[in-house]
Structures are given as C-alpha cells and as structure tokens.
Design a protein around this ligand. Structure first.
Ligand SMILES: Cc1cc2nc3c(=O)[nH]c(=O)nc-3n(C[C@H](O)[C@H](O)[C@H](O)COP(=O)(O)OP(=O)(O)OC[C@H]3O[C@@H](n4cnc5c(N)ncnc54)[C@H](O)[C@@H]3O)c2cc1C
Length: 467
C-alpha cells in the first residue's frame, strides 16, 4: 500500500477515497486518447477537503489530477503518472447570481449550461457556450479557457472571469481578482490560472461576468458549391461592419453525417454550409440580415435559408451540436483537432487541409467556429490499423505546421494537455516554452499538479497508435 493512502483517508470522511479497480477504470480516460489508471480517486465535497488532499500530495510528492466531467479533448485530466484523481464534480453546486452587479459566483462542479439557465431567469446571459455546456463543468471550462460559437462576438471564458478562489499546489486557499469589473491590483493571476489546464492551481470558486441577454436573435443557413467560397464569405462578412454572434462552418461530410444520424433536411448536396446567428435589437437585425444576404449572393452562395420560427432555428443549432456524435459513427476512431488561424487565412487553411487529406489518404472532415478562425479538422480512422494511425500522426503534425505558418495557433479552445505538448516549441520557441516552465516551477516546486500536461516529457511524440 502507498505510504500516503492512510493519511489521505484519515483526513477525509469514509467513502471519499476510491481504490477499487472498477472505480479507478472509470477515471482512467477522457474524451481524447489514452488510458491511465490512477492509484486513488478522491471525490471531494468541500474546499477544506481539497486543501487536505493537496497538502498531503505536496508533502508526499504524489501527482494530483484535477477532474471535472472528463469531456476534455486533449488529455487534460488523464492520470498519466498514476497518483490521485481529484474529482471536483461532486462539490455542491452553487450558482449565486448578483443581478445588481451583473455577476455570478459559482462552484467548479456546476454545468456551464445551468449557469446560463439561472442567468436567463433574470434577463441576463453568460456568454461562453461550448458545445459540451450541457455536460462539462465550469471548472473544466475555466481550466481549459473554453470557447464556443458565441466566442466570435463575446470572446472565450477568460474574457468573462472577474475572480477566482483557488488552492495552490502547496495547499494554500487564496483569492485572485475579485467582484469588480475593473481590478488592476498587482499581477493578473486570474488570467494566469484560467487556461492553465489544472497545472497551477485547483479552482474551487469563480466569479463570472454576466451581460444583458440580447433582445432578439436571427438565424441564417447559407449553403455553398465550394468550400473555399464559404471561407471567403466568412471573411467578407466579418469585414463588412456586421459582427454576427455566431458563424459556424460544416463541410459536406459533416452535413451528411448529421443527416444520417438525425435527419432534419440539411442540404446534403452542398459542399459546405455556414450557420449564422445575429443578435441585438430587432430593427438592427433586419438591416444586418439584408446586408449578410447581399454578401452571400455576391459571393455566389448556393442558397440562403432563413428559418421561419424559433423552433426551426433551434433545430438547425441542434444539428450543429450533433456533428461530433454524428461523425463519430463514420469510423471507430476520431482524432479531433482545433488549430486556429487568423480569420483572413480561413480559405488558405481549408486548402491546406484538403492537401493534407489527399497526401495521407485519410478521411478528414471539418467543422467549427469558423468566424473566429477556429476550425475543428477531425481525422476519422481506426485505431486498430497501425499503418493508418501512423498516417494520421503525420497529418496532425502537418495541420499544426500549416496553422502556425499561417500565423495561427495549436489550440483555439481544447487546450494542449498530452496531445499537443510535443508541438509547443513549434509555436512558442524554446525560450517561450522555457519561460512557461519557469512559471510552473515557481508555483508548483514539487510538480504535483497535473504533471505530464502542456510540457512535453523527454522524447515525447504524438502517438495515436495502440502500443
Ligand atoms: C462533444 C464535445 C464537444 C465539445 N465542445 C467544445 C466546445 O465547443 N468548446 C470547447 O472549448 N471545448 C469543447 N469540448 C471540450 C471540453 O468539453 C472542454 O474542454 C471542457 O471545458 C472540459 O470540461 P470538463 O468538466 O469535462 O473538464 P475535464 O475534462 O474533467 O478536465 C479538463 C481540464 O481541466 C482541469 N480541471 C477540471 N476541473 C478543474 C478545477 N476545478 N480546477 C483546476 N483544474 C481543473 C483538468 O485537470 C483538465 O486539465 C467538447 C468536448 C466534447 C466531448
């Protein structure tokens, strides 16, 4: 038995620490690749229990892997070095809306969608809307700096965080930021922690910004004969003076997969479609809609469809949410990437994806938040076929190279985790990565929080094959 297990159990109510194999297996994966068994799982129920676990882990130098709902697409919560999985999803759900301040204070275990449901009861909105909002926790969103379709107009999670309560790797409970809209006291630790992927602190509470819910929204679906034209139409719209709240792209393979999965009458013969949402006052939307329609016509769009009711519009957005589960049916393995490019480079990135797809003879489909340059190329393959997986590994590397050559980044929202760690130097250079490593060492001298993430370990390469 590990020397740390007894003191860990002694400081917690009985039943909080799981060590049976069946329990450990259910914490050994996320929504990405790889399976790693932890040595123990702790289901914490309050902040003091988090402090106890972290202090003990720091004392015994045991790795701790924070975990929300486990929907991460980059390997973030995987216990790659064993140790303890810290399950934060069982913390009591707290959603405390302060309508006068336009803020909400939440515990990390709440589902992002539930924050919005509470905000909407007061005519307010929490803007970040990842497609996984109905299952993922806000703790995971904060750690990954998640985004969603509305990121185009309203930004990502970090743009909506005022303050955090965190447990440091040495077991101190501290606050960063606060409740105010403006706060320039000292270094901005809030921004440092948001997006740190559970490597610098455990988030145990957060105060988030809310905003007035836009009075009206308008949905449009535009289909295209050519993928490149869809990319050009996105760029043209974004430089026209109209800023849609959402601009989502689906290529033909995605449209067809959704129609097979849950048919709603999407145009399966189009090369690509864009789903657009405009939000704001009704009168402004009429003018903006006409402007976008004119742009689409000028660009030679195949068809512009304006849903006649809210229900019809909701169906289209539901179809967009079905892309991930629908394409997962095409082949057994889905390698999901989220390289992001400057918006003007979207058509070029689409061309590069086509070249990569042909070069490696792989099934590559693309969808995503194209309005902010964040496409999700997905390679559909079969992990039991090592030769195909080898081609997939090369294709992923070339996708990253393409994004970076076009002035983009490895990840727009899914994080680095284990999957993209080997490519960090490609984007940031040795000195850039070294500066980040130094921050990690200063915060976490014993490297107990989520080790094996963001920073590649010696000789680490992207491996998608079963080994
Ligand atoms: C179908 C599907 C659709 C998705 N769509 C989107 C999308 O539109 N946009 C997007 O950005 N992502 C998306 N994702 C990815 C994923 O849902 C997000 O990254 C989400 O934020 C993860 O939340 P989680 O609760 O599942 O966290 P987990 O997967 O459990 O953990 C994610 C990371 O956060 C850390 N962590 C979790 N809680 C805490 C905490 N309290 N303190 C410190 N660290 C913590 C973990 O260590 C890990 O590194 C999608 C995933 C799926 C499967």
């Amino acid at each position: 038995m590990n020397d740390w297990l007894k003191p860990l159990q002694d400081g917690l109510i009985e039943g909080r620490v799981l060590t049976k194999n069946a329990d450990l297996y259910s914490y050994s994966f996320d929504a990405s690749f790889g399976e790693y068994l932890p040595e123990a799982v702790v289901q914490v129920k309050n902040k003091q229990e988090v402090v106890h676990v972290i202090r003990l882990a720091n004392q015994y130098k045991v790795p701790v892997y924070p975990r929300g709902a486990g929907t991460c697409l980059s390997g973030g919560p995987l216990p790659v070095h064993g140790g303890i999985v810290l399950d934060l999803s069982k913390l009591p759900a707290k959603i405390d809306v302060s309508p006068g301040d336009l803020t909400v204070t939440v515990s990390p275990s709440v589902r992002t969608q539930d924050i919005n449901i509470e905000a909407e009861k007061r005519g307010l909105m929490y803007a970040p809307d990842p497609s996984s909002a109905h299952v993922a926790t806000i703790g995971g969103n904060l750690a990954e700096n998640s985004g969603g379709p509305r990121g185009l107009k309203y930004g990502v999670t970090k743009d909506h965080v005022l303050g955090l309560e965190i447990v440091t790797p040495e077991g101190e409970l501290i606050r960063t930021g606060g409740q105010t809209i403006k706060n320039v006291t000292g270094y901005d630790l809030t921004k440092l922690i948001v997006g740190s992927e559970g490597t610098l602190a455990v988030i145990v509470e957060a105060t988030l910004k809310l905003m007035p819910k836009p009075p009206a929204v308008k949905t449009m679906m535009v289909s295209f004969h050519k993928v490149r034209t869809a990319g050009e139409a996105i760029s043209r719209t974004l430089t026209s003076g109209v800023l849609p709240s959402k601009m989502e792209f689906m290529d033909q393979a995605c449209v067809r997969a959704v129609e097979q999965f849950q048919p709603i009458g999407l145009p399966v013969d189009a090369a690509a479609i864009i789903l657009i949402e405009l939000d704001g006052p009704e009168e402004a939307l009429r003018i903006e809609q006409e402007k976008v329609e004119a742009i689409m016509e000028e660009m030679g769009a195949k068809e512009v469809i304006i849903p006649e009711s809210d229900e019809e519009a909701a169906k289209l957005w539901h179809a967009r949410k079905q892309v991930s589960p629908a394409i997962a049916k095409i082949k057994p393995t889905k390698v999901s990437e989220d390289a992001t490019v400057p918006r003007s480079k979207i058509p070029d990135f689409m061309d590069r994806l086509q070249t990569i797809k042909e070069k490696y003879d792989l099934e590559v489909v693309a969808f995503g938040h194209a309005g902010d340059g964040n496409l999700h190329p997905n390679i559909l393959c079969d992990q039991r076929d090592p030769e195909e997986m080898k081609r997939a590994e090369k294709a992923v590397e070339e996708m990253f190279e393409a994004a970076i050559e076009l002035g983009g980044t490895l990840s727009g929202e899914h994080g680095i985790g284990t999957m993209k760690a080997p490519f960090m130097e490609m984007e940031l250079g040795d000195a850039g990565v070294d500066m980040m490593r130094r921050i990690k060492r200063a915060w976490d001298p014993h490297n107990i929080l989520n080790p094996g993430k963001i920073f590649a370990e010696k000789g680490q390469k992207l491996v998608l094959r079963n080994e």
